[in-house]
Design a protein around this ligand. Structure first.
Ligand code: APR
Length: 312
C-alpha cells in the first residue's frame, strides 16, 4: 500500500492532536511543521514511538522547514495564536493573517496540487486568505469549522434527549463565530424533526450554547482553546478527501452565488472528495435561517475587508 501524505502546520494543541489521530489510523505519513525549534521534532518522535504499541507503521516527522512537506495530499493549517478568556476569534485576525499568509506561500511552493485545509481562526477569513495567497482553484481550499460546531450541537441535543449522538442529523452553517447558524429546521432525531421533541425555549438555549461552545471551553482552560473535538473534525475531513468518500459535510467553502452569497468563504454543506469541495449542496432554508446565514456572511465580509485594508 502506498500511504498518503498529510502535512499539519502548527504543532500546538490542535495540530499535534490531529497529527496523532491521523498517525494512529496508519493510512497516511504525517509531516508536522512548527516555527518553534524542537517542538515538532519532539512531538513527532514521541508520536512515532507510540506506533509499536498502537500498531501504526506510518511515519511521522517534525520539522521547522517545508522541504519534507513536498507532495502532500492534504495540508492542514493550524499555525497561529489561539484565544484566551475574553477574546473573540476576531481578535486574532491580523496576527493570524500574517502567519497564514507566510505558511501558505511555503506550503504551496512544495505541494502545488494539494488540498489546503485552514483551521486557524478566525476561520472563514483565514480560508479566504489562504485561497487568495495560494491562487488555488476554489475547490482545493476548504476550512474546518462546521463539523466541529455541528458536533457540539449534536452533543448537546443528545444530552437533552438521552439518545445516541449518531441518531442526530444536524447542520451548523455560516461563519465560525457568534453568528453561526444551527439549522434547527433540518435537524432530525431518529428521523423526527427536533422541534417536535424539544420545547422551543430549551432549543433556543441549546442553539446559544452551541454558538458559545468554543468560549465555554476557553473559559475552562484559560490558557488556550479547544482541540480534541477540533482535531476529530479535521480527521473526518482528511478521510473524506484521501478516500474520496464524497461525504456531505458542513465545511467552509468559497461561494459564488450559492445561498445568495458571492465571493466569500462561509460554512455550507459540501460534498468532500479527492478533489476537495466537489459540490456546494444547497439546502432549503426557512426565511429566518436564510436571513441568519446572510447576517453571518456579512460578519465574515467585515473581517475580510479589515484584512484587505491591512494589506500584507
Ligand atoms: N509557522 C509555523 N507554526 C507557527 C507559526 C508559523 N509562522 N506561528 C505560530 N506557529 C505555531 C506555534 O508555535 C504553536 O505551536 O502554531 C502553534 C499553535 O498552537 P497553539 O498555540 O497550541 O494553538 P491551538 O490551540 O493549536 O490553535 C491553533 O487553531 O482552532 C484554531 O483558534 C485556534 O487559531 C488557533 C489555531
Amino acid at each position: 500500500m502506498t500511504r498518503s501524505k498529510v502535512t499539519v502546520v502548527g504543532a500546538g494543541n490542535v495540530g499535534a492532536t490531529a497529527a496523532q489521530r491521523i498517525f494512529d489510523k496508519g493510512y497516511a505519513d504525517v509531516v508536522l511543521v512548527d516555527i518553534v525549534d524542537g517542538l515538532p521534532q519532539g512531538k513527532a518522535l514521541d508520536i512515532l514511538e507510540s506506533g509499536p504499541v498502537s500498531g501504526s507503521d506510518a511515519s511521522i516527522v517534525g520539522t521547522n522547514s517545508y522541504e519534507e512537506t513536498a507532495g502532500s495530499d492534504v495540508v492542514v493549517i493550524t499555525s497561529g495564536i489561539a484565544r484566551k478568556p475574553g477574546m473573540s476569534r476576531d481578535d486574532l485576525l491580523l496576527t493570524n493573517m500574517k502567519i497564514v499568509t507566510s505558511v501558505v506561500n511555503e506550503v504551496v511552493a512544495q505541494s502545488p496540487d494539494t488540498v489546503l485545509m485552514p483551521v486557524t481562526n478566525p476561520l472563514d477569513a483565514m480560508a479566504q486568505r489562504a485561497h487568495q495567497v495560494s491562487g488555488f482553484p476554489k475547490n482545493r481550499v476548504v476550512g474546518m469549522a462546521g463539523i466541529l460546531d455541528t458536533a457540539r450541537f449534536r452533543t448537546f441535543l443528545a444530552m437533552e434527549l438521552n439518545v445516541s449522538v449518531e441518531s442526530i442529523d444536524a447542520w451548523v452553517l455560516g461563519g465560525h463565530g457568534d453568528s453561526m447558524v444551527p439549522v434547527v429546521g433540518s435537524t432530525l432525531v431518529g428521523g423526527q424533526p427536533v422541534s417536535k421533541l424539544i420545547p422551543i425555549d430549551r432549543l433556543d438555549a441549546i442553539v446559544k450554547r452551541t454558538q458559545d461552545g468554543g468560549a465555554e471551553i476557553v473559559n475552562f482552560l484559560k490558557t488556550g482553546s479547544a482541540y480534541y473535538a477540533p482535531s476529530a473534525a479535521i480527521v473526518q475531513m482528511v478521510e473524506s478527501i484521501l478516500f474520496d468518500k464524497k461525504q456531505a459535510l458542513p465545511c467552509t467553502a468559497y461561494l459564488e452565488g450559492e445561498y445568495g452569497i458571492d465571493g466569500l468563504f462561509v460554512g455550507v454543506p459540501v460534498k468532500l472528495g479527492s478533489n476537495g469541495v466537489e459540490e456546494v449542496i444547497e439546502f432549503e432554508l426557512t426565511d429566518d435561517e436564510s436571513a441568519a446565514l446572510k447576517r453571518s456572511a456579512d460578519a465574515v465580509r467585515e473581517l475580510v475587508e479589515v484584512m484587505d485594508n491591512a494589506g500584507g
